[in-house]
Write a protein that binds this ligand. Structure first.
Ligand SMILES: *[C@@H]1O[C@H](CO)[C@@H](O)[C@H](O)[C@H]1NC(C)=O
Length: 285
């Protein structure tokens, strides 16, 4: 057994502990209490509209053998899906399911089976950082009109670009999760500008994040953890966390441009013996 399988077992317990303490695991029916710094994982798209079939063909629903929709995710290759680390952390990979090709999570066109996943080795270290994971499937995804990969960001995120977020999260705070995939158009913020918009108590924000921002009262809980933020036809972010809805604060995403090297390394097999790896992003060195 690899180390990861051993770790998986104790992770099941660790997730419960970590969930209570740090809210790193999104549970739709069991919305965690607010933290002292008012950060919580995103679990909903508020203010969106129903997506038509075929829209966001890169979107997946991450489910469990015995769990309904848990998180969003994104197809980036035949056998690879990106999601947030807090969506998979602590699970035994074969427990998870990747549902593709649908805007109704209960009615997927196809189901795929993870045989492994790789979370960033500095996931949640410091708190809320590096919340990204790659899920490997035991079979190749069949691409069609409803099921397609999306290219990774090729350039840094600038301020005020248009971006599309999709997700099946709750459609109102504390409300039910959406049956039909929700989509919403947002505006991006670079990590620097995002920090200026937050109060100073948000230390969770770092260079690996980008944000979106909407006006107060319009709902700032737009996400579905692990789900995709798209701009110019490229994947630019994965939903990570934000403040409770509609308070006029940005939502934070893992920056795909920032983690490109990490993603490529894991996919090329350089991370086969460990479930994690440091960011290779040049300007951290
Ligand atoms: C993938 O895993 C599932 C569930 O264990 C299994 O039914 C299926 O046959 C596997 N596919 C391949 C190609 O191994």
């Amino acid at each position: 057994m690899q180390l990861w399988h051993l770790i998986s077992y104790i992770h099941l317990y660790a997730v419960a502990v970590v969930t209570a303490k740090r809210l790193v695991h999104t549970k739709l029916q069991n919305e965690p209490a607010f933290q002292s710094d008012h950060i919580q994982p995103e679990a909903r798209v508020v203010g969106g509209t129903d997506a038509d079939p075929g829209f966001a063909s890169y979107q997946i629903s991450l489910q469990g053998m015995y769990s309904p929709h848990m998180c969003g995710g994104v197809i980036i290759d035949k056998q690879w899906v990106l999601t947030a680390a807090h969506c998979v952390y602590g699970y035994n990979p074969p427990y998870l399911r990747i549902m593709t090709g649908t805007v109704v999570w209960q009615n997927p066109r196809a189901t795929y089976y993870p045989d492994e996943f790789y979370t960033h080795c500095n996931y949640n270290n410091p708190d809320y950082a590096n919340d990204i994971a790659l899920v490997h499937l035991n079979d190749s995804i069949i691409f069609d009109q409803y099921t397609q990969p999306i290219p990774l960001a090729s350039k840094p995120v600038r301020d005020d670009a248009e971006a599309i977020l999709t997700g099946w999260g709750d459609v109102a705070y504390g409300g039910p999760s959406a049956e039909v995939l929700q989509k919403i158009t947002l505006r991006t913020l670079s990590y620097k500008s995002c920090g200026e918009k937050f109060d100073s108590d948000v230390e969770a924000l770092d260079v690996g994040h980008i944000c979106t921002f909407t006006k107060e009262g319009e709902g700032s809980c737009h996400g579905d953890s692990g789900g995709p933020l798209i701009s110019d036809g490229e994947l630019i972010g994965l939903v990570n966390w934000g403040r409770p809805c509609a308070l006029g604060f940005p939502d934070a995403y893992a920056s795909i441009y920032f983690y490109r090297d990490w993603i490529r390394r894991v996919m090329s097999g350089k991370c086969k013996t460990c479930h994690c790896e440091e960011s290779n992003y040049p300007f951290l060195r």
